[in-house]
Design a protein around this ligand. Structure first.
Ligand code: DX5
Ligand code: ZN
Length: 226
């Protein structure tokens, strides 16, 4: 099995020390930086926008995985591309017509990601599977870090993986929300190649480096199997 990517999310990090937190996860072996943009409409909280993405861009060379939990994301794509986002992920629930939105992301020279909420079936994105570079299967309802993984997530990832294989398509599958040390291996075995890691990495129980190491260790056991 190819190496599983870990994408730390900063929702439970110390945002007053964001640059330091970025350097710390980078040194601990993060593959992507996952940045959660929330607008107060698509989800109740408001987090940050393109200015913060630009600030992170200045302190890291890692790919920036920008998760747009916003209504009408098509209006903001240029701003997030210019700010330095590498993968721009939009929610199918926020787009009346997904295909042109994914095409626009690619025309900006960025990778196009599409996200599915826990209650949204795979059929909602079936017609655009060939356009997506990445598919985010939400493991929780978006808006907050630290929630438990919803039980329907892994069967959904397995079905999506089977459908992609059947069609000969190879976008990355990312699971976002609810990833813990005790379920990370099952997430990868279900077919996810990228795992977002929020509160499992940024918490007050252990250091970021120790938490990243614990995740890497459980993933190494299954990476070695295939
Ligand atoms: C949820 C966000 C996630 C979240 C993950 O709305 O999109 O990226 O930060 O946090 P954990 O890993 O704590 O579930
Ligand atoms: Zn996210």
């Amino acid at each position: 099995m190819a190496a599983i990517k870990i994408a730390p999310s900063f929702l439970t990090a110390d945002l007053g020390r964001l640059a330091e937190e970025v350097r710390t996860v980078e040194a601990a072996g993060a593959d992507y930086l996952h940045l959660d943009v929330m607008d107060g409409h698509f989800v109740p909280p408001i987090t940050f926008g393109a200015l913060v993405i630009e600030a992170v861009r200045k302190v890291s060379r890692l790919p920036l995985d920008v998760h747009l939990m916003i209504e009408q994301p098509e209006r903001q794509l240029e701003a997030f591309a210019e700010a330095g986002g590498d993968i721009l992920n939009v929610h199918v629930e926020a787009c009346s017509d997904l295909r042109p939105v994914l095409e626009k992301i690619k025309s900006l020279g960025r990778r196009a990601g599409v996200c599915l909420n826990p209650d949204t079936p795979i059929s909602a994105i079936e017609a655009v599977l060939g356009e997506a570079d990445q598919i985010i299967v939400m493991g929780v309802n978006p808006g907050w870090g630290g929630q438990p993984l919803q039980p329907g997530t892994l069967p959904k990832v397995r079905s999506l993986r089977a459908l992609l294989d059947e069609r000969g398509l190879a976008p990355d599958i990312e699971i976002d929300g609810g990833v813990k040390v005790n379920n990370a291996a099952s997430c990868a075995q279900a077919g996810a190649g990228v795992l977002v890691a929020g509160s499992v990495v940024f918490n007050d129980k252990a250091s970021v480096a120790e938490n990243m190491r614990a995740l890497r260790e459980v993933l190494a056991t299954i990476e070695a199997q295939a």
